[in-house]
Each structure stands twice: as C-alpha cells, then as structure tokens.
Design a binder for this molecule. Structure first.
Ligand SMILES: [Zn+2]
Length: 408
C-alpha cells in the first residue's frame, strides 16, 4: 500500500510541476508565485513547494521585485534560468542535414547545418555524420554544464512510432529502420515528420520560454503549410498537432485539385504538390528538369524570372497560387480553422503574394463572410523543423519534470 500511495503522490507532483512549467513558458508577462497559483488553481502553499523544488534544481530563479504592493511583500517574478536545460534537434532535409541545441529559456545554444545535395544520399553516411555532429555537441554541452533532457529528429517523410521511415521520396529513401543508426540508438530521439516539427515550432511557449506576442496563442488552432521540394502540412488543433490514428495525418501536399491533372510522385493525379511544389514549379517553368529541378539555384532562377515578369514563370506561380488557395479553402471547410501559416518558399516572393492567397481563399470558404480566414507567413521561418525537433526534445522535460529533478 505504501508504494502505491507514493507513486500517486509522485504522479500528482509531476503533473503539477508540468502545469507550472507550461504556465511559465507560455506567459507573455513575468509571473510571481501568487500569479502562478491563481493561473493554475493550485494553493499558494503547494505552489511554494513546487517553486522551491524547481529553484533548488536551478530551473527557476527569482527576478527583480516588481514594486512594493500596499500590503505584504513585493511581488517577485519567477524566471526560467538559462544555461541549465537543453534539447537537441536533428534534421535530415532535401537540402542537407543538421543539428540545433535550444535552451529552455528560448536561446539557440548552437546550430550547425551541412548543405548537401540529398538526392539519393547514402543514409548510413548521413546518419554517421549526424552522429559525429551530435557527439561533439554533447561534449561541449557537458563542458558548459548543460543537462540534455531529450532530442527530436525531423525527417521529410512518413515516420512510424516504432522508428521506421516508410518513405522519403525526395531523398530516395524507403523502408529505413532508424534504430539501426547509432545516433538514434544513443539519443533515442522522438522522430517526426518535418512539417509536424515545423508546425510545433510555431506554437508559442511549446517547450521554450515564449518571446513576446506571436501570431497565435499557445492553445490556438491553425493550418501549417510549407512549400519545399515537396509540400508538407500539419493541422494544429488547440495547440496540438493532429497526427491522426496512425500518425500520418496532415499530408496537405497530396490533396488533389484536379482528378485529370498530372501524376504526382504519390501516384495520385493533380495533387497540390504537382502545381506548387518547388521541383514541379521549376520544371513547369522550363528552368530545369528531374533532379536538377530540386536545387536551390533553379528555384532562385524561377524567382528571378518571376520578378522580371517572364510570362512562363508568372503563369506557373499563378497556377501554384490557385492550387494553394483551393487546398487551403478545402482544409478550412473540413476543419473549421481560420488561421493559416505558410512556410518555406513563399517567404522569398513578395509579401503581397501571401495577401493574394488570403484574398483567394476567403470567399472559397463556406463559412465566409461569417468567418474571415487569415493567411500569413509563419512566425519561425528559418529551419523551423530543426527548431521544432529541439523543442520536441525539451518537451520531454516539461512533460516529465520529476524525472530530471533531484529532491532534498
Ligand atoms: Zn501526391
């Protein structure tokens, strides 16, 4: 009986600590113990114990008192202490691979990216290089006194819970058992599709201290759509990525807009990706074909042609916008979500293009004009999947703080 009681108390304390951390990370203003008690519904006595535990472990520190209240003591803000806890993010993408380390206070401790042409890249070699990057990173984190609380790995394809990559066609990889790679066995990262990881990076305070007011609130719903060689997407509902029953949800790039359209690499016809994916747009504009169409140079050329009002490039971009607007409106009609964030390629065109997609989308939504959908550039646009993967690692601490804390 004693052991059962103990487990329950620990579970409760772990849960309460997690709620306290969540509140602190998501807050836009500094919170005191009293603010936290009010926000979480926990008693001031309980809050005092929880905060002491977090302070004793160096997770929190007291800030400068925010002024004397009329009665009682001044309000002391609690701050997430930097230099203590971090998460590692790993990513393999179509343009290379890399690693990022995030402090729970929101600081990027380090980021390293290896630019490489990943078409038919050798997976053993890529993961061996990632392992080397991670090992030297871990050694330097150790010297800095950091505790690594978890890691995430973002891949451009479908990933199962038991760490298999079913396919990443833009890399030419299929049926990879990720557990065969040393870096995966050693770090045991949570593996996710790159679009899901990139969407997580857009949620303020998901696993790092929120910085200012963002585009959405931590518990908002939004659609994330990112254009790269392929098109990745994620539906975020109430601050959670909707993964579906098997973890494969949110493949918005493979929503078809034309049953008689060109065949997509997925086998279907007229998918969004064949009109608005980077590779397809470059080919359709006659700039490059097959693997050469996936390179940075060729997309930059397309953007240049478009800026010079080259008729072919303009037509390709127009078609892509139409396809994007059609798919976005369909998703809005299915999910009843009014906020859409675009990532990837579209940041390199004029901001007006994004506004145009918004203007095209709104009247196509059944709920219009009752609901006025907003379409905008994502908040985090520089390697969001890599940042998201590091946040996935940090979330390991936020969900199970007791596992990392020493008591008494
Ligand atoms: Zn497709």
């Amino acid at each position: 009986m004693t052991s059962l009681r103990r487990i329950n108390q620990d579970d409760l304390r772990n849960h309460n600590l997690s709620v306290v951390l969540d509140s602190l990370l998501r807050a836009t203003d500094q919170l005191s113990r009293a603010d936290l008690a009010k926000e979480t519904g926990l008693t001031k006595a309980t809050m005092s114990v929880l905060v002491s535990l977090l302070m004793d472990n160096g997770v929190l520190e007291e800030g400068v008192p925010a002024g004397q209240s009329l009665y009682g003591r001044p309000s002391i803000p609690l701050l997430i202490r930097g230099g203590q806890l971090c998460g590692i993010g790993l990513q393999v993408n179509t343009d290379g691979y890399g690693i990022a380390v995030l402090d729970i206070n929101g600081t990027t401790v380090d980021e390293q990216w290896v630019d490489a042409d990943m078409t038919n890249a050798n997976a053993d070699e890529v993961f061996r290089n990632l392992d080397e990057l991670a090992k030297s990173q871990e050694a330097s984190l150790d010297r800095m006194g950091y505790t690594l609380v978890g890691s995430g790995l973002a891949l451009p394809g479908l990933v199962t819970d038991d760490l298999r990559l079913l396919g990443a066609r833009n890399l030419g990889w299929e049926q990879l058992d990720l557990k065969t790679f040393d870096v995966v066995r050693r770090l045991n990262p949570k593996v996710d599709n790159e679009a899901n990881a990139a969407a997580l990076a857009q949620i303020p305070g998901y696993a790092t201290q929120r910085r200012g007011i963002g585009l959405v609130e931590p518990t908002d719903s939004f659609i994330y759509l990112s254009t790269d060689v392929g098109i990745g997407g994620a539906v975020v509902r109430d601050g959670h990525v909707v993964r579906g029953d098997h973890g494969f949800g949110g493949e918005l790039g493979h929503v078809s807009v034309d049953m008689r359209g060109p065949i997509c690499r997925c086998g279907r016809r007229g998918c969004l990706e064949v009109y608005a994916g980077r590779r397809s747009m470059v080919s359709a504009a006659g700039i490059a074909s097959s693997d050469a169409a996936a390179t940075r140079e060729s997309i930059n050329e397309l953007i240049d042609h478009w800026r010079q009002r080259d008729s072919k490039a303009v037509a390709v971009v127009e078609k892509a916008l139409e396809a994007m607007a059609s798919v976005i409106a369909s998703i809005i009609n299915v999910c009843d979500i009014d906020t859409v964030m675009l990532g990837g390629l579209w940041a390199h065109f004029e901001p007006d293009l994004i506004r145009r997609i918004g203007r095209m989308v709104r009247p196509q939504a059944l709920s219009y004009p009752e609901v006025q959908a907003r379409v905008m550039m994502a908040d985090v646009v520089a390697r969001p999947a890599l940042i998201g993967a590091a946040e996935v690692g940090l979330r390991n601490f936020v969900d199970n703080p007791l596992e990392f804390l020493e008591r008494e």
